[in-house]
Design a protein around this ligand. Structure first.
Ligand SMILES: C[S@@+](CC[C@H](N)C(=O)[O-])C[C@H]1O[C@@H](n2cnc3c(N)ncnc32)[C@H](O)[C@@H]1O
Length: 373
């Protein structure tokens, strides 16, 4: 078993990864080969695959490409919309409507003279006035689309260009800079992105045509997955936050404002956030309690004999390292899950997986662990 895990963990990143994985930014994704190789090795026909920390939907997209039904869950509303959109193929007929929609944009925009403007605190610091007007117009046009799947896909396309057209330097640099965007640039970026994404979805539709699977999404707290029935999942493949490393709820702030998504629920219920352990100085025992609750829920929803694969990194809280392989091994026993095997690698050496700056001086490791119910 250890040999299998080592092979999966050390698999080479493939340039043939489906391009849908990358058309929208999301921090700390795991590489697509992890869920892909696990599904190929361990899933049997008809299995239901679940990711309770679904993030950008990597597990769900790989499950769809291999023809498996999946259930995703995340506390973050943008993650839920993105994952659902990414894992659900759309028919070529519907996708071709994107061309008609884009053609109508420039025509309709020239008729718009005033009256569309979206507002939130600090919007003028982060967006030029002409960009605010064009984004507001794009949003209004997208929200008038009757077909829900197409509307959701185009909302995600809109979301994908928000940082590009904002004054924010980039997805990872938060300084406000002048990008000097001309009138209609925002609409043109949107159209270019929509056509690029349409082509990716035509390919996805072709690849999955004839495969029968469903995609279900929940926005809830993984410590309480009451929306998922007992003993209903065959395989869990997931990566919880690495404690005290990140604030996921903050990352897509402008995107969530524009899509009018609630930020507070994720802010208050995100586990392992930097806010919780660095700003609010929460006791590190809280992290152990949270992971225990998540493992209890994973056990409850998994069928007897079902497997749970977890990718997780060590944390430093209050200047003390927390070895997550040891913690999960101990908690698995407490909640009645069998520990099968785990492999580890130094986070700093494994720069392909996550940002090496998170590794710090503490020799943090990242682990791939296999538990079984
Ligand atoms: C490491 S990321 C997952 C990335 C994912 N594997 C991917 O490839 O995109 C961890 C995720 O856990 C989510 N999360 C944090 N606290 C949560 C909670 N209490 N319940 C559900 N999801 C939570 C975050 O919003 C984030 O999307």
């Amino acid at each position: 078993m250890k040999k299998d895990l080592t092979e999966i963990f050390n698999h080479q990143r493939e340039s043939s990864d489906n391009a849908l994985h990358n058309f929208h930014a999301y921090p700390c994704k795991f590489p697509a080969f992890i869920p892909r190789e696990i599904i190929k090795k361990y899933a049997r026909t008809g299995d239901i695959i679940c990711d309770p920390f679904v993030g950008s939907g990597t597990t769900l997209l790989e499950a769809a490409l291999l023809g498996y039904s999946s259930i995703g869950n995340d506390i973050n509303p943008l993650s839920c919309l993105l994952s659902k959109v990414k894992a659900k193929p759309i028919s070529d007929k519907l996708l071709n409507e994107i061309d008609i929609f884009c053609d109508s944009l420039l025509k309709n925009y020239s008729k718009v003279t005033s009256g569309i403007s979206f507002h939130y605190d600090s919007i003028d610091h982060w967006f030029q006035r002409n960009v605010i007007k064009e984004l507001s117009f794009l949003k209004k046009e997208i929200l008038s689309i009757k077909e829900q799947d197409l509307m959701d896909l185009l909302l995600i396309v809109l979301s994908s260009i928000i940082v590009r057209v904002s004054n924010q330097e980039s997805d990872t640099r938060y300084a406000a800079i002048n990008k000097n965007l001309k009138d209609l640039d925002t609409i043109k970026y949107f159209i270019l992105k929509a056509i690029e994404v349409k082509n990716l979805y035509l390919d996805f539709y072709k690849k999955t045509n004839g495969l029968e699977f469903t995609v279900e999404m929940l926005q809830s707290d993984s410590r309480n997955l009451s929306g998922i029935k007992d003993n209903s999942v065959d395989l869990i493949i997931t990566s919880p936050p690495y404690a005290n490393t990140y604030d996921y709820y903050l990352y897509h702030k402008h995107r969530k404002f524009w899509l009018e998504m609630d930020i507070r629920f994720a802010q208050l219920n995100e586990i392992g956030s930097r806010r919780e352990f660095s700003s609010l100085k929460e006791n590190p025992i809280k992290w152990e309690e949270d992971i225990k609750k998540c493992l209890q829920e994973m056990k409850r929803i998994t069928k007897p004999g079902g497997k749970i694969f977890i990718v997780i990194g060590d944390s430093v809280i209050n200047k003390k390292i927390i070895k997550m392989d040891k913690m999960i091994k101990m908690l698995a026993k407490t909640v009645g899950l069998k520990f099968i095997s785990s492999v580890s690698t130094l986070l700093s050496k494994h720069s392909k997986m996550f940002n090496p700056r998170f590794a710090s001086l503490f020799k943090k490791e990242e682990h791939l662990m296999l538990l079984q119910k």
